[in-house]
Design a protein around this ligand. Structure first.
Ligand code: GLU
Length: 435
């Protein structure tokens, strides 16, 4: 019989839900949403406590021999938030702003994200504090391999499966796969996803997060009875998510009127030539020097009068300070955590329809799941099959979340958390607590 996790003597001490302790702390941002959903679900106290804690947190020092002959020591993290539904799944980011709090939040978001689209995975995340744009290819390879060696005891196709995230890509995943395989003395393709197609990667994986954003944006427009052709869109972030989503939305007839990256933004009410911008970034790594449109700041981009705003860069760009100035009708969260918890309430009051990150950007991990399945089966699918299965999962998940939001009269974010937390909770109840 399943363990009863409802302990009568347990008292839940929940933070005051109207008080956001620290808007800049992504873990608190995640937790305040979790608390609200847990309350609505009437989650039993024992389980509530379990799900507020990451299962495992690893901190490693990563010594790297730099090109100038000196040794630098970087700090790396890997957090496994929850593995009740299956192997932990989540990307690795290389960024100067990486902190343990951020990696914990991102690992929790991966847990809810995998559950919201019903993948048989738990959630994890990794990060190394570094500035990859200032490092040579050789330095990045040594950093990746030493970091992988540092966290190798958690990695494995059945335990923890990394993927690309901010500033990491297929090449980095190839080094992770090779390092792991050298240690275990045989080739293990399924230990990592987002690999080059030539070595077990999946067709369509690179575009998957952006494609998923395009799919759910179309679903939201359909729900709101807004026509897709002619929809105006502003995209913040022009990396793997933003640029692909922009390109695919143009193919659907939308007009991208603004784009940006860390070097600033470009606004053209007549429509940005997205292909041209992608070519520019391929050549110059950033949008710096791009000649299509008037220069604007990243902050100004968020305030533009558009139908859809697609933040596809980093966390916490829409906060209590600027949320009231957002004029978009729909926000599709391509990034993880772009909206603070305090901003949620303001956007809701202003009638902005938010497609929450754990749903909006789940296309990437969904095709990561397809990649893992293909690697384990040793049988590879066509790109059409990948895209068709991705579309099915994204549309079904959007409908599931929308349905729950209507039934409970809550916004899409709370509904997405409720759906995923209830799925994770069900498995915990069935498995019980191992003593
Ligand atoms: N880094 C991506 C995310 O945040 C993909 C993770 C994965 O595929 O495991 O969803």
């Amino acid at each position: 019989m399943a363990t009863d996790l409802r302990l009568p003597t347990d008292k839940i001490v929940r933070p005051d839900k109207d008080r956001f302790l620290n808007e800049d702390n992504p873990f608190e941002a995640m937790m305040s949403r979790f608390d609200r959903a847990a309350e609505l679900l009437d989650l039993e106290p024992g389980l509530y406590k379990v799900l507020r804690h990451p299962e495992k947190q690893i901190v490693v020092s990563v010594p790297v021999l730099m090109d100038n002959g000196e040794v630098e020591v970087f700090t790396g993290y890997r957090v496994l938030y929850n593995t009740s539904r299956g192997p932990a799944k989540g990307g690795i980011r290389f960024d100067l702003n990486v902190t343990l709090e951020e990696v914990k939040a991102l690992a929790a978001w991966m847990t809810w994200k995998c559950a919201v689209v019903n993948l048989p995975f738990g959630g994890s995340k990794g990060g190394v504090v570094c500035d990859p744009l200032k490092m040579s290819v050789g330095e990045l390879e040594r950093l990746t391999r030493r970091y992988t060696a540092g966290i190798i005891s958690t990695l494995g196709p059945d335990s923890d499966v990394p993927a690309p995230d901010v500033n990491t890509n297929e090449r980095v995943m190839a080094w992770v796969m090779d390092t792991y395989s050298m240690h275990v003395r045989h080739t293990v393709t399924a230990v990592v996803t987002g690999k080059p197609v030539e070595m077990g990667g999946s067709l369509g994986r690179r575009e998957a997060t952006g494609r998923g954003c395009m799919i759910v944006t179309k679903e939201a427009l359909r729900h709101l009875k807004m026509p897709v052709p002619g929809t105006t869109v502003a995209v913040q972030g022009f990396g793997n998510v933003g640029s692909v989503a922009a390109d695919l939305l143009v193919k659907e007839g939308c007009k991208i009127i603004a784009i940006s990256d860390r070097t600033g933004g470009y606004h053209d009410p007549a429509g940005i030539d997205v292909r041209h911008a992608i070519e520019h970034v391929k050549k110059h790594r950033t949008l710096e020097g791009y000649l299509g449109g008037e220069r604007i700041t990243n902050e100004e981009l968020l305030m533009l009068q558009v139908d859809v705003l697609l933040p596809a860069a980093l966390e916490n760009v829409i906060t209590s300070k600027n949320a009231s100035k957002v004029r978009a009708k729909v926000i599709c969260e391509g990034a993880n955590g772009p909206t603070s918890a305090a901003a949620d309430a303001i956007l809701e009051e202003n009638g902005v329809f938010v497609i929450p990150d754990i749903l909006a950007n789940a296309g990437g991990v969904t095709v990561s799941y397809f990649e893992w399945v293909q690697d384990r089966g040793g049988y590879f699918w066509t790109e059409d099959v990948v895209n068709q299965r991705l579309t099915e999962i994204m549309c079904r998940s959007f409908a599931d979340v929308l349905d729950l939001s209507r039934r409970h009269k809550v916004n899409m974010r709370t509904a997405a958390y409720m759906l995923s937390i209830s799925r994770v909770a069900t498995v915990h109840r069935l498995r019980g607590i191992y003593a």
